[in-house]
Design a protein around this ligand. Structure first.
Ligand SMILES: [Zn+2]
Length: 273
């Protein structure tokens, strides 16, 4: 699933083709792609609104319109691109939703597995679950991470995947952040030392910032709006490297399951204690 760096890259790639464009038509193949409000209300309300800005909250892409926010969640296989009907990429043939724009182009939501959803509302909180702090904002400090950890006794890997703990981190960047911090993914969150929490704070930000710099990780479905792949996968130290030597100590990277997710770590650099 696209995580914060992938979603942020999509946001940046959509700004140029989309900001200032007015939405004139909406087409969908099945109603359920529109999570809220009803498809009928969604279309009536969004038509005629202009895209003012495009931002991100957690893994949601937020198009700020004249009166509403159009939020898009890519889930597993969602992709977005903007193109005239005659220029649309044939490899993105699973288009579930099209927004016709005032310049003749379309914003297309292609999604092979159909888990992706769109939402329309005046306020993001109307349709998102409880979301934790944004890890790249200035307001996120080591003290905030410490506060978020307080009173939660969970496996640290599971906690990092919880969007109400820190927003936008998913399976890939959780493994990478824990590895760089030298923390075993099955450590209990309230047993981390102050020094470990500080290290984890730094590595969460580092892996997310590097992921954005490299335009996200194209391991599976993720592509940028212009169709190109990201490069973050070339930088991974543990993710998807089961059996390969740790770059620090040479020990083979191990893959286990934590919170139902494949979890990669180095047993030497990330001891269980
Ligand atoms: Zn190692």
């Amino acid at each position: 699933m696209p995580e914060l760096p992938e979603v942020e890259t999509v946001v940046r790639g959509l700004r140029e083709p989309l900001i200032g464009r007015r939405i004139e038509t909406v087409w969908y193949d099945r109603e359920k792609v529109i999570a809220t409000p009803s498809a009928e209300q969604f279309i009536a309300r969004i038509k005629g609104q202009t895209v003012k800005a495009i931002t991100r909250r957690a893994k949601y892409i937020l198009c700020e319109l004249d009166h509403d926010i159009l939020a898009i969640h890519l889930k597993m296989t969602g992709r977005l691109f903007v193109a005239a009907p005659e220029n649309q990429p044939p490899e993105d043939r699973w288009v579930r939703l099209r927004f016709g724009l005032d310049n003749g182009e379309e914003l297309c939501f292609s999604d092979s597995r159909r888990f992706g959803r769109v939402y329309l509302g005046a306020n993001v909180n109307e349709f998102t679950p409880l979301l934790g702090p944004e890890p790249l904002e200035d307001a996120f400090t080591p003290a905030v991470l410490q506060t978020q950890l307080k009173g939660r006794s969970k496996l640290i890997k599971a906690l990092l995947l919880d969007q109400s703990f820190v927003a936008g981190v998913g399976n890939i960047y959780a493994d990478e952040a824990l590895h760089r911090a030298g923390i075993h993914p099955q450590r209990t969150s309230d047993r981390l030392t102050g020094a470990e929490v500080n290290r984890l704070y730094g590595t969460i930000r580092d892996v997310l910032n590097e992921g954005i710099e490299r335009q996200g990780a194209s391991i599976n479905w993720y592509r940028q709006p212009d169709g190109s792949k990201g490069q973050a996968q070339d930088n991974f130290l543990v993710y998807d490297r089961e059996g390969e030597p740790c770059y620090t100590c040479g020990t083979p990277i191990v893959k286990i399951r934590v919170a139902q997710r494949g979890t990669h770590f180095c047993p030497h650099c990330q001891p269980e204690k």
